[in-house]
Design a protein around this ligand. Structure first.
Ligand code: MG
Length: 120
């Protein structure tokens, strides 16, 4: 298991060796993330809630999901590198922010957005 820093370095080398830095603009990378997210969504399209929960029982589908999730993370790590964002720090800060936006007392058991919670 590699940490994000090792993956970031490998992706830098991967892009440099192929002269792909020229294509890795923030615009292109953000679009690539959305495209890969769409590929992940496609695997769940038309499934019932129950089928979606059981999808990992199918080895072929499980592998496809694993690969699309990897694609998303690869582009996200690459975008963070290009924009000089420490992704691990950003994630921790966002979790902390979400804890404030979604206090257990008002958000437990509901999928309502924080703007619709009774957080007076
Ligand atoms: Mg893909």
């Amino acid at each position: 298991m590699s940490d994000l820093s090792e993956i970031k370095d490998r992706l830098r080398v991967f892009a440099r060796e192929r002269d792909w830095d020229q294509f890795h603009s923030p615009k292109n990378l953000s679009m690539a993330i959305a495209c890969e997210a769409g590929e992940l969504l496609e695997l769940f399209q038309w499934l019932s809630e129950s089928d979606s929960r059981g999808i990992m029982k199918d080895a072929n589908e499980a592998n496809r999901i694993r690969q699309e999730m990897a694609d998303i993370l690869i582009y996200l790590i690459r975008l963070a590198d290009i924009l000089d964002i420490e992704l691990e720090d950003a994630v921790i800060q966002k979790i902390d922010l979400n804890a404030v936006k979604y206090p257990v007392a008002t958000s437990k058991g509901t999928a309502r957005k924080y703007t619709e919670l009774d957080n007076a």
